[in-house]
Design a protein around this ligand. Structure first.
Ligand SMILES: [Zn+2]
Length: 309
């Protein structure tokens, strides 16, 4: 993995492909753009710069606070090392970066395939808990179209993972549909009106439909995390906080379907770590980072469930 950061990886070869349905042209940013925020776990200042990258690069994080021979971390499903509260990736030196999902979702949602993402510490800034700041940065940077296509993986057979009352699956289908559903989620039952949201990466506008949906959490959990010295940067500025089945943020939710839209946003980010354009339908029930990642691992370990072009 160490030697392939700037060249084609095994899941993202950059040989030219003939144009056909569902193929996505590789794209990068026209210029670098930066932002500064806070790390949700450390509570410390964190900065991030999105930089243009060569074809076949994919998403590569660079820790600018770490020596250059070991500071690159390829964002791929098989570099994910923790999914407890966010998606965390690491390289073979054990150098990691956390909370990558919202910036990766914004990049994937804008069909930006090759980016170097510089961070000055172990966390991506949480910004307002959504992808909005990153989508605005991408707009500001502009897009550079490249010469090759992203490989297309077509789902041929259903693949499913389950855990308790949660599941995630791919089934064959046209388009690049990602849908998530709350079903019997005991802590959300009286709060969410909208229990399902579906998004097609091929036709829907990420900035319009998903980008502003914030992450959410339960006040009781936050108290425990704070007592354990975790989530020091979490606040009402970057998290929708639910207490006694009510949102306690001033102004409430941005929309009645904000929570389910955020789950779809997270899935867009997590599934982008496949490194390919997945043609088929993802459906999650009460799913999150752990199941999303597990599903990709099972998918790639089941070669008769897909074909790659
Ligand atoms: Zn999230």
């Amino acid at each position: 993995m160490q030697t392939a950061f700037y060249g084609p990886s095994k899941a993202a070869p950059c040989a030219p492909f003939a144009l056909s349905q569902n193929q996505v042209i590789q794209r990068t940013l026209a210029q670098s753009v930066s932002c500064v925020g806070v790390g949700v776990h450390s509570g410390k200042s964190a900065s991030l710069t999105l930089c243009p990258a060569l074809e076949g690069t994919g998403y590569v994080f660079i820790r600018t606070d770490i020596a250059s021979f070991k500071n690159k971390i390829q964002a791929r499903y098989d570099s994910v090392v923790d999914t407890m509260m966010c998606t965390k990736i690491a390289n073979s030196y054990g150098v990691s970066v956390s909370t990558i999902e919202h910036v990766v979702a914004a990049l994937s949602g804008a069909n930006i395939t090759n980016v170097i993402i510089e961070v000055n510490g172990p966390e991506v800034p949480i910004m307002d808990g959504s992808s909005a700041a990153f989508s605005k940065m991408i707009d500001r940077a502009g897009v550079q179209t490249q010469d090759s296509y992203v490989p297309t993986l077509r789902i041929l057979k259903p693949v499913k993972v389950t855990h308790g009352n949660a599941s995630a699956e791919f089934v064959p289908g046209e388009g690049r549909v990602i849908s998530v559903q709350f079903d019997g989620h005991d802590r959300l039952e009286n709060l969410v009106d909208e229990v399902e949201f579906s998004f097609d990466l091929e036709i829907d506008d990420f900035s319009e439909l998903l980008s502003d949906a914030r992450t959410f959490g339960f006040y009781e959990d936050a108290e425990k995390l704070w007592a354990a010295g975790l989530a020091k940067g979490a606040s009402l500025e970057n998290t929708v906080v639910i207490q006694n089945e009510k949102v306690i943020n001033e102004g409430g939710l941005r929309s009645k379907d904000e929570l389910i839209r955020h789950k779809v946003l997270d899935a867009v980010g997590d599934l982008a770590l496949s490194g390919v354009t997945i043609v088929g339908h993802f459906h999650g029930i009460n799913s999150g980072h752990a199941l999303n990642n597990q599903l990709l691992r099972v998918l790639f370990a089941t070669p008769d469930a897909w074909t790659l072009k």
